[in-house]
Design a protein around this ligand. Sequence first.
Ligand code: ADP
Length: 447
Amino acid sequence: MWGSPLSTLFLLLAVALLSWPIFGPTVALIVLVVGLLVLLSHHIYNLSLLFHWLRDPRAKTVPQGNGSWEYVFSYMQRLLKWQRNSELGLSKALERFQLAITAFPDAVVMLDDNDEIAWCNPKAETYFGLRATRDQGAQITNILRQPRFSAYLKSGDTSEPLNLRIVAEQGKRVVLIQLVPYGDSQKLLLGRDITRLDRLETTRRDFIANVSHELRTPLTVVHGYLETLRESQITDPDFLTNSVKLMSEQTARMNRLVEDLLTLSQLGNPMNAPVDEDINVPVLTQSLLEQAKALSGSRHKIRAQVQTQVWLKGSAEELRSAFENLVSNAVRYTPDGGTIGLIWEEIDGNPAFVVTDTGIGVDPVHLARLTERFYRVDKGRSRESGGTGLGLAIVKYIANRHQARLDIDSQPGSGSRFSLIFPASRVVAPPDQDTSSVVGLEQREGD
Ligand code: ADP
């Protein structure tokens, strides 16, 4: 019955006009007035429905209405549903965004235009000692008390991001912070944990300093002799022979150092995985025994005990180098007359290559650092005996590459026991052969 408001009005006017010639002006006027009153009450009724609903506007309770109002109310209902859906979508997107930032591996703090904390993720709580609920609205400069940071914020010029290293959590962590402006005048404070990177950088710097230092001494010696020979007419054959001998010793030292450095760099290359070969360790032990005897020059009693016939899966070149380093250390750190043992055995089902000596031993305080590059208990003694300070570092690398463990048991003054213990998975059953020549082998220098 109710069309659009204008057409209803026109219809009413038309009826009044048509009734004028038929029923006269009075009737026409009455029709018009009555019609207008009905129309008005209809709109007032629907307006009151709208008024009531507006007090608690919910999509579910939108009034039905009638006439043109029916159309208005149903349109409002659609509009409300659409708004609700987009709100729902937005809050879901916001939730996903917050979840992503919460899982973000770096600290994120959102700052408002007054540099107050608007929101932060759990990593920011850990790095900066913040509490998301407690510190919301707090001035960030009260929490991050860094002069450069405060100056940057005060300057007002945040067009360029700020990078700053800070020590967080009572020195436990080094964090690189970055302040990035966004929006009108909000800022994003990002913090990345660079403790590992920082440590690596320190290690790299120390390593370069160590290598330079190790090379400087022999170079200075060689340089000194060359200068003396160049500047003076030395005819003394003894001096000349001695100079050449010392220079060649120093160059040999440099050569050893460079070789060890190259070995280390190859071992440290993750792309260079060790090859898996079947290694006849009993035979290798025999060969190392001969090598140890040559190195000792009959100054020690050297024995080899092969207590298991198993072979080992691994890189023959690397394992030989690791075993050689242990044997060479035993010879170099055992005074004349001492005893050295090379043992191939099984410890709790795990194959182990063990080198024992009755040498100078190591004080327990040094044990944890012994496999560090260039770590030496007695620098002078190590250098004198031709050490580079890299031997045990090489052994450790090789052990790791073969999932082996290096156990060091030592007593100052009474000797050491270095054991390379391999996982049982690296055991290889020896091929059928006559093993009597190696099983139970026990040799003694001078026997
Ligand atoms: P180096 O070239 O100095 O021998 P290594 O890395 O092989 O370097 O060994 C590091 C340090 O460990 C040595 O300087 C020495 O102090 C100590 N060390 C290693 N092996 C033994 C051992 N068998 N007896 C006593 N000390 C040892």
